[in-house]
Design a protein around this ligand. Structure first.
Ligand code: NAD
Length: 357
C-alpha cells in the first residue's frame, strides 16, 4: 500500500457508483441514494463508510447475499411504532425510507419508533440523523451488526461478542448544520485496524486485546485472522452503550442479535430509530432552536485546553471536512484499484470508470 492519493470530481464518482448499482440491477432511485451516501461519507471524513465499501458490497452481490430483488417491507405497524423487515435489502435506500416513514409518523404523533431489521450494511448512521434534522426532527439511532463475525470484546472479556454497534443523535439548529453525534462503540474501527496492519503501524495501546486478554497496540491480533478483539471505547460505559445498541436494535421488533445470527460473511444491520417532532410538545419547547444554539455556543466558548485549538460541537468535524473537500473526493491507490475493479466485476466497461483529475 502507498500513501499516494488520487483526486476525482465528486460528481464523476457519484455517477460511477450510480452506474455500478444500476448495472447490477437496482432501480435508479436506490442507486442515487446509495451513491450520494457513500460519496458524502468520504467527504465527511469517514472513508471507512464511503465508496471504499463498494468492493465489499460487490463481493456480497457476487456471492448472492445482496440482491436487487430484496426489498424491505412492513412487518408491523401500530400507532407510532413501525417495524420493517429488511430482507438484506441494499442498506442505504432501506434505511433512508425507514427514516422518511418515521418522519411522517412523528409529524402525526409527535414521536416515531421505527425498527428496520436485517438490512444490508446501512453505512454511516449520521446520514440518517441528518435526514431527520433536515425535516426539523430530533433523531436517535441504535444499530447492531449481525450475521457477520463479532469484532469487539465486552468490557472485562477477551473473546469477541458483538460488532462495532454504532449510535447517532441529531438535533436541528437554526441556519446551521445540526448537532450530529455519530460513532462506533468500539475504541477504533475494524477498517482503521486493517489500515494500520497493512501499513505496518501500531494502533493506540489498549484499542485491541490479544487472545490471552493482554492489552496491546498490535493490529495483527485482528489481521489476517481474528485472534484477539477490539475493545469498547469508554471502558465499561462504552461497553454498556454497545450492549444497548444490540438490544434496542434487535429485540423488540423481533430481529436477530449477533448471538442468534448464523455464521456468515454477510453484513447485516438492524436499526432502531426514535424520531421526535419538537413542534409537537404543545408549544412547551418555545424557542427551542435558539436555546439549542445558545447552549452550543456557550459550550464552545470554553477556552481550549493545552492540546486543542478550539472546542468543537459534534458534527463540526464532518461539516468542515465537507467544506474542505468541496466538489472533490480522494482515494488512496489501493482503495481506488479495488473500487475500479468492483465496476468491472458487475460488467461496466473501463471507459465508464472515472479517471483522476
Ligand atoms: P469517530 O470516532 O470519528 O467519532 C465521530 C463523532 O465524534 C462525530 O459525531 C464527530 O462529530 C464527533 N467528534 C469528533 N471529533 C470531535 C471533537 N473534537 N469535538 C466534538 N466532537 C467530535 O467515529 P467512529 O466511531 O470512527 O465512526 C465512524 C463512522 O462509522 C460513523 O459514521 C458510524 O456511524 C459508522 N459506523 C457504521 C457501522 C455500521 O455497521 N453501519 C458500524 C460502526 C460504525
Amino acid at each position: 500500500m502507498t500513501d499516494k492519493l488520487f483526486t476525482f470530481g465528486a460528481d464523476a464518482v457519484r455517477a460511477y457508483i450510480r452506474a455500478l448499482f444500476a448495472k447490477a440491477g437496482w432501480p435508479d432511485r436506490d442507486c442515487a441514494i446509495t451513491a450520494d451516501h457513500l460519496v458524502q461519507s468520504d467527504q465527511s471524513g469517514h472513508p471507512s463508510h464511503g465508496v471504499g465499501m463498494v468492493p465489499t458490497y460487490v463481493e456480497a452481490i457476487v456471492r448472492g447475499d445482496l440482491k436487487p430483488s430484496s426489498k424491505a417491507n412492513e412487518k408491523f405497524r401500530a400507532g407510532s411504532i413501525l417495524v420493517l423487515e429488511g430482507h438484506t435489502a441494499l442498506g442505504q435506500p432501506a434505511a433512508h425510507d425507514a427514516v422518511e416513514a418515521g418522519i411522517a409518523i412523528a409529524r402525526e404523533h409527535g414521536v416515531a419508533v421505527v425498527n428496520l431489521l436485517h438490512a444490508h450494511h446501512i453505512g454511516r448512521i449520521g446520514t440518517y440523523a441528518e435526514q431527520a434534522a433536515q425535516a426539523d426532527m430530533v433523531g436517535l439511532f441504535w444499530v447492531n451488526v449481525a450475521s457477520t463475525r463479532a469484532a469487539v470484546a465486552p468490557w472485562g472479556g477477551r473473546e469477541r461478542r458483538y460488532g462495532t454497534n454504532p449510535q447517532a443523535i441529531g438535533i436541528p439548529r437554526p441556519g446551521a448544520q445540526p448537532f450530529l453525534l455519530d460513532f462506533a462503540t468500539s475504541r477504533i474501527a475494524v477498517g482503521k485496524t486493517r489500515v494500520a496492519w497493512l501499513q505496518g503501524k501500531r494502533v493506540p495501546l489498549g484499542a485491541v486485546v490479544d487472545s490471552e486478554g493482554r492489552l496491546t497496540d498490535d493490529p495483527g491480533v485482528l489481521f489476517p485472522e481474528y485472534t484477539g478483539a477490539l475493545n469498547p471505547f469508554g471502558e465499561h460505559k462504552g461497553y454498556g452503550l454497545a450492549m444497548a445498541s444490540e438490544l434496542l436494535s434487535s429485540i423488540f421488533g423481533g430481529g436477530e442479535t449477533i448471538a442468534e445470527s448464523r455464521d456468515s460473511q454477510r453484513i447485516h444491520n438492524s436499526m432502531l430509530a426514535i424520531i421526535i417532532d419538537p413542534a409537537k410538545f404543545g408549544g412547551a419547547a418555545g424557542d427551542w432552536k435558539a436555546r439549542v444554539e445558545r447552549f452550543i455556543e456557550w459550550t464552545k466558548s470554553s477556552a481550549p485546553s493545552e492540546n486543542a485549538m478550539e472546542v468543537l460541537a459534534p458534527g463540526d468535524p464532518e461539516f468542515r471536512a465537507r467544506a474542505l473537500f468541496g466538489d472533490q473526493v480522494r482515494y488512496d491507490e489501493q482503495s481506488w484499484k479495488q473500487i475500479a475493479e468492483a465496476g468491472l466485476k458487475v460488467g461496466l466497461s473501463q471507459a465508464e470508470i472515472p479517471n483522476p483529475a
